[in-house]
Design a protein around this ligand. Structure first.
Ligand code: NAD
Ligand code: ISE
Length: 336
């Protein structure tokens, strides 16, 4: 049984606690902490976990075999570095950290440790539809890929959301997904600003992101964060011999009054429910008995952050910005 300590008991922290306490096997949540002590206290009491005053004491606790970081992005680096220093596996929600330099420090710390401890929460790699799409591509069903069209639509976002966050918080999932999908790196980024959606107020929404992969595949990503009708994630790959796309994410279809309707998920918790379950179950299996995590690595977190930084530069400058990665350490040569 892996004893997990969770740092950050907000929206996704609570969802991951729910899956670790009532869905998955081989894991128990023994410790929680949050800067909002009241919410951590309430959750700790509900699930019978110890409540720690801060992340450092939770990571150091002998009650904790592995750490799950679900706090705000700018706090991730500190907790991931502390977990590596303690030699404990750490699952960090995306992004790994908010700058390329911070991600680089994590990569260096893990390389110095000498083995993988870090996994980053890029759950699309575990989604049934994305996995089916990648299998079709890898089997050659549509021939050599040429382009991919993506849409990343949030129903709404909180008032503190900025246009940069449409890249660093939302499109960062596509930045990871395309590297995994095509087994290629992002070479350059451009960002265009379409006509503004009035539902976003002053926020520049949507954004149109163009990615050039280093295998010459072109990817476009529409990022809309005030689409209102629900949470809608799309992807279609155009190959030389055909096209392949993500199917409907919902198993239900209702025919009534001359209409055929399919529900649209409300948010990522509903759309990627099973992906998160598989992601966590595979992580637990992988680290059980001292094994290393096999999912998105610190290197993947670093590569997504470098592309995300380039996206922010491209958004602010209106220019095409190239992406250049450091040399990939040997530790990560087996992973994407
Ligand atoms: P949230 O605001 O609902 O929760 C974050 C929690 O972290 C809050 O309770 C806050 O008090 C706590 N916190 C902040 N700083 C802390 C610190 N230094 N130590 C301990 N606790 C601290 O946010 P959320 O939506 O749950 O997002 C949390 C993280 O998960 C973010 O990195 C976000 O990008 C990521 N996320 C990932 C997905 C996904 O699809 N993989 C979806 C949503 C959020
Ligand atoms: C959120 O933080 C997530 O990670 C979701 O998966 C993403 O779709 C959403 O746009 C982000 O705000």
């Amino acid at each position: 049984m892996i004893r997990v300590g969770v740092i950050g008991t907000g929206m996704i922290g609570q969802d991951h606690i729910r899956r670790m306490t009532s869905v998955l096997s081989g894991v128990e949540v023994t410790a929680v902490t949050d800067v909002d002590a009241a919410v951590a206290g309430e959750i700790g009491a509900r699930i019978g976990a110890s409540v720690f005053p801060d992340g450092a004491s939770l990571i150091a606790s002998p009650e904790v075999d592995a750490v799950v970081v679900c706090s705000w992005g700018p706090t991730h680096e500190e907790y991931v570095l502390a977990s590596i220093a303690a030699g404990k596996p750490v699952f960090c929600e995306k992004p790994l950290a908010t700058t390329r330099e911070a991600c680089q420090r994590i990569v260096e710390a893990e390389v110095a440790y000498g083995n993988r401890l870090v996994q980053v929460g890029y759950m699309r790699r575990y989604d049934f539809a994305y996995r089916a799409l990648k299998m079709a591509l890898d089997r050659g069903d549509i021939g050599t890929p040429l382009m991919m069209h993506c849409a990343h639509r949030n129903a709404s976002v909180p008032s503190f959301f900025t246009k940069e966050m449409a890249i660093t918080d939302s499109a960062v999932h596509e930045l990871d997904m395309v590297r995994w999908m095509f087994g290629a790196e992002i070479a350059a980024v451009r960002v265009l600003e379409p006509r503004r959606n009035r539902h976003g107020g002053e926020l520049q929404d949507p954004l149109f992101v163009l990615l050039e992969m280093d295998n010459e595949v072109l990817v476009d990503v529409e990022v809309s964060v005030n689409i209102r009708y629900g949470y809608d994630i799309r992807g279609e790959i155009v190959g030389e011999d055909g096209t392949a796309s993500l199917g409907s994410p919902h198993p239900l279809s209702v025919r009534r009054d001359g209409q055929n309707s399919t529900p649209v998920p409300a948010d990522w918790r509903e759309r990627f429910l099973q992906a998160y379950d598989v992601e966590f179950q595979e992580w637990i299996h992988a680290i059980a008995g001292g094994g290393r995590p096999l999912g998105p690595s610190a290197w993947d977190g670093y590569a997504a952050a470098v592309a995300s930084d380039a996206g922010v530069d491209a958004l602010r400058s209106g220019e095409r910005v190239t992406v250049s990665l450091a040399e990939k350490p040997k530790l990560y040569l087996e992973s994407s």
